[in-house]
Design a protein around this ligand. Sequence first.
Ligand SMILES: C[S@@+](CC[C@H](N)C(=O)[O-])C[C@H]1O[C@@H](n2cnc3c(N)ncnc32)[C@H](O)[C@@H]1O
Length: 406
Amino acid sequence: MNYTSYNDFLKSFDIPEKIEYSEYKSKLKLLAKYGETYEEAKLFVEWANESELWTDELIEDFCQRCYDVFVVSPEMFLQNWYDSHIKQTARQNISGITPCESNGVIDGSKKVEYGRIIKNLFWEDVYSTYTTNSMGLPTTYEVLKKCVEYPFIYRMWKQPSSQKFVAKDKKLNSSLFGILRGASSKASIFNPNTAGYIISNILKSEKLFTPCLGWASYLIGSFSANVKHYVGVDVIPHVVDKCNQLCEEHTSNPFIGDDLKFDFYCCPSEQLDKRHDFIEKYKGYFDSVFFSPPYFDLEVYNGGEQSIESFPNYQDWLKGYWEETVKICYEVLEKGGTFSFVIVPQYQSKKETIYIGDDLSNISKKYFTESGVKQIQWKTQTSLDVAKSGKQKESGNSERLYLFTK
Ligand SMILES: C[S@@+](CC[C@H](N)C(=O)[O-])C[C@H]1O[C@@H](n2cnc3c(N)ncnc32)[C@H](O)[C@@H]1O
């Protein structure tokens, strides 16, 4: 498996020739929103001169700090990011599933460090995903990239409380990173421990179908469960390739001695039967279906035939993507098998509140019998709660696991 090393990570940044401090200061601009180009952005010094809070001394100090971090040693800044977000250390290695349910609530923060492998393998996808309810915040990758490639500084880093964190210092950088994590767009990731717990303890699955791959986390969770045959589908080719590689590595490891069978398809789930005769192949075969489907337009993933590209209108998406996928799942599940998915109950789209949990559940009820709903409490901050503030933010966010029987 090609895990991301620091050098691989560094290759994704096009660090320019160093310029003199005076040139940098005169060209430094504020990155304020998603997709903003250098030409569109405002000059930092012009902006600061108009603000009463910024004295000449403060402006000079801040520009010097930015120059030191982003021009003198951008590699150190990126190395600090890599070490604390992408590098996988022994502590984050996966070793079994930790039970994480009490009183019907699943604690998604148990073994949250298992998520590091997902970030290592898919950091570019995860950090480049735009989230609609982030109110125009740039993506995490966009901020990192633009600050080292242009004379750009992220608007959130020039607050009085954060200015001093812009420095060549690991500890101070980590405060800067905290602000960036809380104030930029990125995809949510599914803790592999949570996935593994659901698959082994709730579904007790041996023959599992996941109609999307969720950055490989359901597969990685399955490695510690009792799954004998894993069939997965996604539309992003390299996500499918990496899942295949993970399985090949897992099954060839003599210490694991696992006889896991696996099949992956790079195909929209709603098209599986048309393109791959999926129903004929697996009719009544699986004991469980589990996934966290795309959240309509809450998270905008890049690559392949994304469901919102095929169905940009919500009602069309419910019919064309969701209901067609549910129908296929119904056909390939055995009698008594479980259809399950995890989704946020509702979110604020461009103009309206979308009650996605109820909508997906109501369509599922046309085919299956509802057998339960459980709450998953995530502690990490994601697009699911980026719009919250203060205390609300600390309390994390929750999603629901919907369970149905055929
Ligand atoms: C990343 S998951 C959802 C986030 C979730 N919290 C998770 O990680 O489990 C959504 C996946 O659905 C995939 N996807 C989008 N449209 C699809 C379609 N029509 N068929 C199958 N997969 C699709 C995306 O490529 C993405 O990998």
